[in-house]
Design a protein around this ligand. Sequence first.
Ligand code: NDP
Length: 310
Amino acid sequence: MPLKVLFAAHTDRWAEYEAPLNAAFEEAELKVDLARDHVPEVVDYIVYAPNGDLQDFSPFKSTKAVLSLWAGVESIVGNETLTQPLTRMVDSGLERGMVEWVTGHVLRHHLGIDQDVLGQNGAWRPHVPPLACERPVTILGLGELGKACGLALAQLGFPVIGWSRSEKKIQGINCIFGEENLATALQSASIIVLLLPLTSNTENLMNADRLAQLPKGAVVINPGRGQLVNDDALLQSLDSGHLSHATLDVFRIEPLPSEHPFWAHPKVTVTPHIASETRPTTAAKVIADNITRGEAGEPFLFLVNRKLGY
Ligand code: NDP
């Protein structure tokens, strides 16, 4: 009997994922019946994304795991009907996309690229940027994405501090951890990149007090989640001249409403939650790998810790 795998992401995504998933199952020698309409009672695995309709997991009595296509799981982790193991997406394509987006936006601010590409008016205004080694960058969140971004920035010569919940050792990154060391991470950041998951412990982490601990002129780059930052405090800090710019990819409400002050603010760059996306071909292999593990009775990779919320 083939395994019944339910595809429970937005229906728009089916066309992108159907072929890569079936190819990955075949390559892994898994016999799978992949569909969008299996009845819950027969489903072995659910390939899930929060943009689909599935909310109630209670009828999925024999489902062995819910495999999220998204890295961020804040919208499902507290779902009380979800009693099955939940895995999150760790995908090499997603990681490379985030490294490119973060590096690009860090370099924009570091090099002062806007001064060269915007408003050329015949005035010769030399501005030589410092070298990367003179521009400390802090990354809050040293998980799959934060670590990869930190290593890429370190490779370019930026002194990188990475902050996490638990202790880490990563060559090239000055790793610090725990709330007691957050002030150190903030105080030395010319540019700060937020790559934390949204949990009860990280919500509003960047409030007025914490923003004030950043050095004057610092830049905030947030591809993590909108709720990590207090919007009003951020706007005040930009308006007072304390922060010089914020580049934001994620927001409390998405799409960001057209009347939101971020859109018109001269010191805010809005990007429409495009920092990175799960890539179907690489992600399909991760899903197939986890199903293989489940069938072999091995522990799933990238299991979400429901207590920690990520
Ligand atoms: P991981 O779970 O791999 O890493 C999370 C990191 O945050 C870990 O280092 C963890 O610490 C740290 N962390 C969590 N809670 C705390 C805390 N209370 N204090 C200090 N550190 C904490 O996640 P990923 O790197 O895969 O993804 C990070 C986030 O990026 C996602 O949750 C999602 O919100 C966002 N994202 C955004 C995308 C976009 O397009 N904008 C695309 C994909 C993801 P520890 O290592 O000690 O556990």
